[in-house]
Design a protein around this ligand. Structure first.
Ligand code: THU
Length: 144
């Protein structure tokens, strides 16, 4: 129980560190993520916006794509923090596109998504809870 709490707290701190590197001149909304692999390694990500708007990437996907491109395929948890520049953190759940990316690589029933507003104040939800009736590799009979 306590170790789970410490793990959430550690991941939120790393997400917060990543949030500081957010490149978000258009929305002014800064996001950070810390993605822990099954092996215990952590990949950080921030949102990266673009003058063309659509090429913008969320913090969560930055973390996943960094990790997958380094050969990771199995993930234990992700922490996310977000909020306006120079403002307080606000509880922010992943966008639909990021949820779908999680669907590709994470356990549907158990993958914990830690939504933090401070290291001590957070909510944990599973992928299934935030993406009911999710469509993933199993729907195509693909066992990964
Ligand atoms: N954003 C994320 O990075 N993650 C989320 O969970 C929600 C939204 C980013 C996308 C965009 O750069 C900015 O926040 C405003 O939508």
């Amino acid at each position: 129980m306590d170790s789970q709490k410490n793990k959430a707290t550690d991941l939120i701190r790393l997400a917060y560190e990543a949030q500081k590197r957010s490149y978000s001149p258009y929305s002014g909304f800064q996001t950070g993520a810390a993605l822990e692999t099954a092996g215990g390694k952590v990949y950080q990500g921030c949102n990266i916006e673009n003058a063309g708007y659509t090429p913008s990437n969320c913090a969560e996907r930055t973390a996943f794509f960094k990790a997958v491109s380094e050969g990771e395929r199995s993930f234990a948890a992700i922490a996310i923090v977000a909020g306006p520049e120079n403002g307080d953190l606000v509880l922010t759940a992943p966008c639909g596109v990021c949820r779908q990316v999680m669907m590709e690589f994470c356990d549907y029933e158990t993958f914990p998504i830690i939504l933090g507003t401070s290291p001590k104040d957070y909510k944990i939800m599973t992928l299934k809870e935030i993406l009911p009736l999710g469509f993933g590799p199993k729907n195509l009979n693909i066992e990964l």
